[in-house]
Design a protein around this ligand. Structure first.
Ligand SMILES: C[S@@+](CC[C@H](N)C(=O)[O-])C[C@H]1O[C@@H](n2cnc3c(N)ncnc32)[C@H](O)[C@@H]1O
Length: 262
């Protein structure tokens, strides 16, 4: 059937028919991200086992008019390959707008509710321009280069553009242990790795309890409310981390000086 259609239709007509067909087939599975990943051939289930975690964390956004950004379209230098997870997100969030960024030009994979930018995830100007066009985001997923220094820099650049109540996700954190990606399997306290960068967020969440007189909380201290680690996957929740300490006399209270971003 697929081959016959390919023979008689132009590539763009074939893509259109495929898109409509998958759209109809996926209707009964709108709530099931694992099934949607299988239908759209996204490796978030099968190669990886991320979809049950995504579903648990993203359920609250299901019918909201959210803006989701995924770094990494997929397909690398092949211009017409990739976009599988973008189509999966589009189906899961019926009112969502899906944005993506890739170092290669993937613009012809755009469709209604899917917009793709070109550039590197560590290029400050590219990210600033993209965010200026999109506005603040509800969800950011980093599935790009997976290089440790890139993941950390991208987080630092994009986290301020996440809305309060938003979620930032980092995929494939196994590279934190792979030297080719700037990771380290020997020194598990190496501060340059993804896992150690994010592990330190536990102390940010609890910054009100630090027994350090005059401690000035950073932007991250004040805006990270939760972090959850799964196998190769991290979820960071953004909100106002302003619950006062019940016991700590050094609690800096409402000091709002921004250490990291001014
Ligand atoms: C693992 S694939 C993404 C898969 C896709 N998110 C999915 O789930 O279907 C990684 C993508 O990141 C892109 N990429 C690699 N380095 C990048 C960088 N520095 N900035 C932006 N994109 C990059 C690659 O071109 C590739 O298409």
């Amino acid at each position: 059937m697929k081959e016959t259609l390919k023979k008689f239709l132009s590539p763009s007509a074939f893509r259109f028919v495929k898109r409509v067909g998958l759209g109809i087939w996926s209707i009964p599975f709108g709530y099931n991200l694992t099934k949607l990943a299988q239908i759209y051939k996204a490796d978030k289930w099968g190669t990886h086992y991320y979809t049950p975690h995504y579903q648990a964390h993203f359920r609250k956004f299901k019918f909201k008019k959210i803006k989701l950004l995924e770094i990494g379209v997929g397909g690398y230098h092949y211009p017409d390959r990739g976009g599988n997870s973008l189509r999966m997100w589009k189906r899961y969030f019926p009112f969502g707008r899906i944005f993506s960024l890739d170092i290669y030009d993937k613009s012809h994979l755009e469709e209604s509710r899917i917009k793709i930018f070109k550039g590197s995830q560590i290029d400050e100007a590219v990210l600033a321009d993209m965010v200026a066009k999109i506005g603040n985001l509800d969800i950011i997923v980093d599935d790009g280069s997976h290089i440790n220094a890139h993941v950390i820099k991208t987080f630092e650049l994009l986290f301020p553009s996440l809305k309060l109540g938003g979620i930032y996700v980092v995929e494939d954190t196994q590279t934190a242990y792979w030297p080719d990606y700037g990771g380290d399997s020997e020194n598990l306290n190496n501060p340059a790795t993804i896992t150690n960068f994010f592990k330190s967020f536990v102390d940010r969440i609890n910054h009100k309890e630090l027994l350090k007189a005059g401690y000035v909380p950073s932007y991250l201290d004040r805006h990270i409310t939760s972090i959850q680690f799964y196998h190769n996957l991290i979820f960071v929740y953004k909100g106002l981390n302003d619950e006062p300490s019940s016991v700590n006399a050094d609690d800096p209270g409402s000091v709002l000086v921004d250490k990291m971003y001014v």
